[in-house]
Design a binder for this molecule. Structure first.
Ligand code: AMP
Length: 215
């Protein structure tokens, strides 16, 4: 199964992506996770992407496409994958279609997770992550260890792009560049809308139904 998970930041894409990937035995490919890992390791890619990420802006398409193309060529992606956070612009969506077509493949489903802005802002402002391994918590729903340390020993921090100013930029960027992709996939009959304003378990059940019910 080749699935794209689309939706504004803060709709729980990362949590749901991990659940879907494990249910269907496909790799979870998150361009954001790959950039963050590169940033922690201070690789040239991470350093180039980091400044854009901290401001809440998109990393340039050329960098993203290079990364996506090489990841999707790896053996574990040949039978299927779950894309989380990619594509995010029309040129990325078109490049992905071309990449897959060249290999005789195509996307099966595009899940579009939706939520109101008020829910999004609450989720993002309360999110805390481990600066070392990336585990994530929420101050209200799943508080981090009171010691301020992750079980791995890393420090619990707030992501720079979860600060109010960057969240505002991310939502603006989402609306102008990524939101229009819903129409792109709807025209192709691939879009499944899933309301993300419920508990992770409930959203997971909605996604299962959306994937397993013919359109
Ligand atoms: P995410 O974890 O998916 O919210 O991604 C975090 C940040 O990584 C984004 O705000 C962007 O700066 C960058 N990023 C991740 N994926 C992409 C993409 N497909 N295109 C452009 N920038 C991206």
């Amino acid at each position: 199964m080749m699935i794209i998970l689309l939706g504004p930041p803060g709709t729980g894409k990362g949590t749901q992506a991990a659940a879907i990937a494990s249910r269907y035995g496909i790799p979870h490919v998150s361009t954001g996770d790959v950039f963050r890992q590169n940033l922690r390791q201070k690789t040239p890619l991470g350093l180039k992407a980091g400044a854009f990420m901290d401001r809440g802006e998109l990393v340039p398409d050329s960098l993203v496409l290079e990364l996506a193309e090489s990841r999707l060529k790896e053996p574990d992606c040949q039978k299927g994958f779950l894309l989380d956070g990619f594509p995010r612009t029309a040129p990325q969506a078109e490049a992905l279609d071309a990449m897959l077509a060249a290999a005789g493949k195509k996307i099966d489903h595009v899940l579009f997770l939706t939520a109101d802005d008020s829910v999004i802002v609450k989720r993002l402002s309360g999110r805390r992550v481990c600066g070392s391994c990336g585990t994530s918590w929420h101050l209200d729903f799943n508080p981090p260890p009171p010691s301020g340390r992750c079980p791995c020993g890393g420090e619990v921090i707030q992501r720079a792009d979860d600060l109010a100013e960057a969240v505002e930029v991310r939502l603006k960027v989402y609306r102008s560049l990524t939101g229009p992709l819903a129409a792109y996939y709807e025209k192709r009959g691939l879009l499944r809308r899933v309301p993300g304003d419920a508990s992770p378990a409930e959203v997971e059940a909605r996604i299962k139904t959306a994937l397993e019910t013919p359109p």
